[in-house]
Design a protein around this ligand. Structure first.
Ligand code: HEC
Length: 103
């Protein structure tokens, strides 16, 4: 029994190490689903919503925009408040997620 538990843990370790990209996209997806999509929608943003669509946008663009909101070099009461609590890692994850979605 002990041996099985050990090899299971090893397998998990290997899986985790070999799927870094998938993990970062998944992390972005979780956060995006929880927070961002309430305003930005995921696949079908309403045409008259004041929220710019994010799906399929350029990774660098999304990352830069979020850092500017965080630094308040780009002003938006809503986005300044939201981006203020994001780490560089969060920003990279969420930008990877949205840039990988089909608009
Ligand atoms: C409460 C509503 C709301 C939530 C939640 C929200 N946003 Fe926004 N977002 C906005 C609005 C409104 C704008 C337009 C602001 C402006 O004029 O610059 C915006 C703009 C943006 C832009 C710039 C898009 C462009 O075309 O330049 C990005 C990138 C963005 N949001 C990402 C995010 C991410 C990532 C999250 C989740 C962590 C998020 N937003 C959560 C309302 C929201």
């Amino acid at each position: 029994m002990k041996r099985m538990a050990l090899s299971g843990a090893l397998m998990l370790g290997l899986l985790a190490a070999s799927s870094v990209d998938a993990a970062s996209i998944f992390g972005g997806q979780g956060r995006a689903a929880a927070v961002c999509s309430q305003c930005h929608g995921i696949r079908t943003p309403s045409a008259d919503a004041p929220f710019p669509p994010l799906a399929g946008r350029d990774f660098e663009y999304l990352q830069t925009a979020l850092k500017q909101y965080r630094d308040k070099t780009r002003k938006s009461d809503i986005m300044n408040a939201i981006a203020g609590s994001l780490t560089d890692n969060d920003i990279a994850n969420v930008a990877a997620y949205y840039s990988g979605l089909k608009p």
